[in-house]
Design a protein around this ligand. Sequence first.
Ligand SMILES: Nc1ncnc2c1ncn2[C@@H]1O[C@H](COP(=O)(O)OP(=O)(O)OP(=O)(O)O)[C@@H](O)[C@H]1O
Ligand SMILES: [Mg+2]
Length: 144
Amino acid sequence: VTRELQVTSHSARQTEALAEKLADTFSTGDIVVLSGPLGSGKTVFVRGLARGRGISGDLVNSPSFTLVNEYPGKTPIYHFDFYRIKSVDELTEIGLDDYVGRDGLVVIEWGERVSDELPRPHYLVSFAIVGEEHREIAISVVPA
Ligand SMILES: Nc1ncnc2c1ncn2[C@@H]1O[C@H](COP(=O)(O)OP(=O)(O)OP(=O)(O)O)[C@@H](O)[C@H]1O
Ligand SMILES: [Mg+2]
């Protein structure tokens, strides 16, 4: 049985507030994969997650060049962006495995680029752009 939570957002503020509310449902060691086109709200969602876990949202920026940003907190957030990843070999170089199951929450933008290689189970948050500020957000679990 696939259970999915579907939410409509009408602004960046709403998306951030949604993530802030959901932030505590994720546990230390969980992996949250964010999937959706450019500008669909993935980074905005991470900003809300950070705020919901007591981390300043101002720290959150797209790690497109660095591949991973670390936001320190009671439980840190490791924020990955695989947009520029060219091969699955790079996953080993980045050391994704070293972050998984550690003391923090692992959040991955563009994780679908290497979806077969991602540790399971993980949460999948999918964003669809419907209108200028209208996003449909679906949250599900990809089982082990
Ligand atoms: N409902 C909405 N939810 C989230 N962002 C929205 C919404 N409506 C408009 N926006 C705007 O869309 C943009 C989303 O940017 P964001 O950086 O979060 O996208 P992204 O999915 O991370 O893109 P990228 O793939 O380039 O990393 C922001 O400029 C934001 O203000
Ligand atoms: Mg982004």
